[in-house]
Design a protein around this ligand. Structure first.
Ligand code: MLT
Length: 390
């Protein structure tokens, strides 16, 4: 579809669409990914399931360049990213002074601003590359300092992006091989989800003012921090913990009692999807591989059957199926990352890739390179009779 110049009628806006969060209202175009209500997300045409086991750098490349790299291109790209690694000491020093009560997402948004203050170039593509290369070290430092695990660990240029991230985390009692297996997939699955999810839309909106990449990502991540958006993944694990059984009959009673009491079944349903999220399907498979006997993973697996059955009985529920958050927390927990407060930061580390790629598209490539104008939607003033102080 052309991103300018066509007069096709795409959507009729009526007053029923007002104050509904722009649901369904087309705003622009997206070149990095597409969300099909039944098939879920694809990146640049590739179904997510086909990408989930690739090298993570190849998928970063795909979103930024909209082609998978050849072997030679991937080698060059990896070298390029490695040469950009390194979080300035000044940033790490400030992180040491942040209040431990702050949520890890507040640390992350602060870290993005600090990275911007110390290392932005002002060139959006350069800053996108730099952010991709440096965020794993920033996030690992946040985990270590805020959790009291010890001083930040430097990046190792011999390791790939996520293997290096896991080495820099060095989770106490963690299982690095298992965690690397999980996080490589987790990182790929969470990178992008169309153009209109709240964090991506926010990041692009802020960037449309000419704001730099790091501050735009900061704004996007403040959106991801919301419990109705990315922070839902930490709530999901807490919810699975309260189920307290892997017995299907008991789980069913729990689900019914929760719904009867007006409660929510976390990890099920989605704003756009109307079938099981393929990102959930992939993660259930990873769970069978890395932690098949883990109690919480088994609970999440039983929920996959039972909650869907019960939610399907409810006529008002448009999507009774598991979403990306339904099982991710149980897998992270089984891999040594037991503090769910950090889960949204892992989501953010990955989502910054898609957001940065979409910002680069909107600012530098759309409309023949002119970029989209500053975002300025129309709000209709409600009845406000004229007044005067005179
Ligand atoms: C997701 O990854 O599912 C989202 O960011 C939520 C959305 O698409 O609105």
């Amino acid at each position: 579809m052309a991103d300018h110049g066509s007069n096709d009628v795409l959507f009729e806006i009526t007053s029923a669409h007002l104050n509904k969060g722009l649901r369904g209202v087309p705003v622009g175009t997206c070149r990095t990914s597409k969300v099909d209500t039944m098939e879920g997300v694809s990146y640049v045409g590739y179904p997510i399931a086909e990408l989930a086991d690739l090298e993570e750098e190849a998928v970063v490349y795909l979103l930024l360049h909209r082609e998978l790299p050849t072997d030679e291109q991937l080698v060059e790209f990896n070298k390029n990213l490695i040469s950009r690694r390194g979080v300035p000491q000044q940033v790490l020093d400030v992180l040491q002074t942040l209040p431990k009560e702050g949520h890890p997402m507040e640390w992350f948004t602060t870290g993005l601003i600090l990275l911007g203050m110390t290392s932005k170039t002002g060139d959006l593509l350069e800053d996108a590359y730099n952010a991709m290369a440096r965020l794993p070290e920033l996030v690992a430092a946040i985990f270590r300092i805020r959790s009291g695990w010890g001083a930040p660990i430097k990046s190792n240029p011999e390791l790939g992006l996520i293997e290096d991230f896991v080495a820099m985390l060095d989770v106490p009692g963690g299982h690095n091989a298992k965690l690397t297996r999980l996080l490589r997939t987790f990182y790929i699955l969470h990178m992008d989800h169309g153009g209109g999810n709240l964090s991506t839309f926010t990041g692009k909106t802020v960037a449309s003012a000419g704001t730099d990449m790091y501050s735009s990502l900061n704004a996007a991540m403040s959106g991801l921090y919301g419990p109705l958006h990315g922070r839902a993944n930490q709530d999901c694990l807490n919810f699975v913990r309260t189920v307290g059984s892997t017995d299907p009959a008991k789980v069913e009673s729990f689900v019914r009692a929760t719904l009867d009491g007006g409660g929510k079944i976390f990890g099920f349903g989605h704003a756009v999807l109307r079938a099981e999220d393929p990102r959930a399907t992939i993660q259930y498979k990873v769970g069978e591989e890395i932690c098949p006997d883990d109690e919480l993973f088994r609970t999440a697996a039983v929920m996959r059957e039972v909650a869907v059955k019960v939610l399907k009985e409810m006529p008002k529920v448009s999507n009774p199926y598991p979403n990306v958050d339904a099982v991710s927390g149980s897998l992270l927990n089984a891999s040594g990352l037991t503090d769910s407060d950090f889960y949204t930061v892992l989501f953010g580390l990955s989502r910054c890739t898609g957001i940065a790629a979409q910002i680069v598209d909107e600012r530098l490539r759309f409309r023949g390179g002119k970029g989209t104008p500053i975002m300025r939607p129309k709000y209709i003033a409600e009845d406000q009779p004229k007044r005067s102080l005179k």
